[in-house]
Design a protein around this ligand. Structure first.
Ligand code: ATP
Ligand code: MG
Length: 350
């Protein structure tokens, strides 16, 4: 699983939240999303997408943002943006996001959301932005030689994404926890300065808050180490065959000391809804080759219906685009109402 332990307080909080969600789903609004930089992968599915669908099905109001402006944090130009946005929509629909119950929208189509960035930027210091470990990691992996203002400030932009619809629950991977702290800080300080407007949202971690890619680092769309949801069975087999393991033959589940092997074991376990220790024990002396066979079969079996639905939706891109248009309409209504409230609270309405 992860090379970095999830703080136990965070895990406790997640368990408490799950309990409250099952008792009163209507009191939650989920807001989360992805950058349109490439097809969604298994890290997305088990890190957040599966959680979004589960929450939607449990009766929570779910918002999903396609973060098009944020593509520009680590590259000069957002290439193939239209294709990537369509790809995300296909991945969402295939995974079970239901446009009748969830709102899918994109940044650049919701001007009032983006305007929240200005007052929000005034609520955080440059030193605070500078300390964000995820931004530091992303700067290290960035394709650019210098750090843009957008990269530096995007956690505040993310606060606008979450707070525009007063989202109070954010299903994310572990890399997003520092950003969620920024959002909570922004909400708290805004409320202190101008009166109660925003909730302080909670992060909801899944069982796979940091799935590793085939090179042993965080599985990422932009790092060439991912197994995409849309990959076919053969490509999946090839990618998993090339995954990094270690020299020890006997397979165990030890995320701390054997992150590569553990991530593969976890992947099989997640696909089969099993305990990773039991999966590791079963493979045992079979070694890395048997592990990779098991993972490949498990991933292909789990993804098969998702891939079939994706292919069916891809036949009707007109419908797929209409999902985004309808979502943008709803997001614009909500963003305008929130911006009006913010301006009112600041005394800007005369
Ligand atoms: P990029 O490399 O372009 O930044 P990404 O793979 O990091 O792409 P994002 O769009 O930045 O994907 O992240 C979308 C959501 O998916 C976030 O909530 C993030 O925490 C989650 N996520 C991304 N990668 C993983 C992973 N490997 N394991 C668990 N969750 C992940
Ligand atoms: Mg990312």
């Amino acid at each position: 699983m992860s090379t970095v332990a999830v703080p136990s307080g965070q895990q406790r909080r997640t368990a408490e939240l799950e309990d409250r969600i099952s008792r009163a789903p209507e009191t939650f609004r989920v807001m989360t999303g992805d950058r349109p930089t490439g097809p969604l992968h298994l890290g997305h599915y088990f890190g957040t997408l599966h959680n979004r669908v589960r929450l939607q099905d449990a009766g929570v109001d779910v918002f999903v943002i396609i973060a098009d402006y944020q593509v520009l944090t680590d590259r000069d130009v957002a290439d193939r943006l239209t294709a990537h946005m369509e790809g995300l929509l296909l991945d969402y629909l295939a995974a079970g996001i239901d446009p009748a119950r969830a709102t899918v929208f994109n940044h650049s189509a919701v001007p009032a959301l983006n305007q929240l960035l200005l007052p929000f930027l005034s609520l955080v210091s440059v030193a605070e932005l500078n300390r964000n470990p995820t931004v530091k990691d992303e700067i290290a992996h960035s394709r650019q030689s210098s750090v843009s203002g957008l990269m530096f400030t995007y956690p505040v932009h993310q606060a606008a994404d979450i707070l525009f619809c007063k989202g109070n629950l954010v299903p994310v991977g572990q890399d997003q926890l520092p950003h969620l702290e920024v959002t909570r800080t922004v909400a708290r300080r805004f409320n202190e300065r101008y009166g109660e407007v925003f909730p302080e949202p909670d992060a909801l971690l899944s069982a796979a808050p940091l799935l590793l890619g085939t090179d042993g680092t965080k599985m990422s769309k932009s790092r060439g180490n991912a197994v995409a949801l849309r990959a076919d069975a053969d490509e999946t087999a090839r990618l998993i065959r090339g995954a990094r393991t270690d020299a020890e033959r006997h397979i165990t589940y030890d995320p701390e000391n054997r992150p590569g092997v553990a991530s593969l074991v976890l992947l099989a376990a997640l696909c089969q809804d099993r305990d990773p220790h039991a999966v590791a024990e079963e493979i045992g002396a079979g070694g890395a080759a048997a592990l990779k066979r098991t993972v490949t079969e498990a991933v292909n079996a789990r993804m098969e219906p998702i891939r079939a639905r994706r292919a069916a939706y891809a036949q009707d891109l007109g419908y797929v685009r209409s999902v985004l248009r309808a979502g943008n309409e709803r997001a614009n209504e909500i963003a305008s109402a929130t911006l009006a409230e913010v301006r009112e609270a600041m005394g800007a309405v005369i």
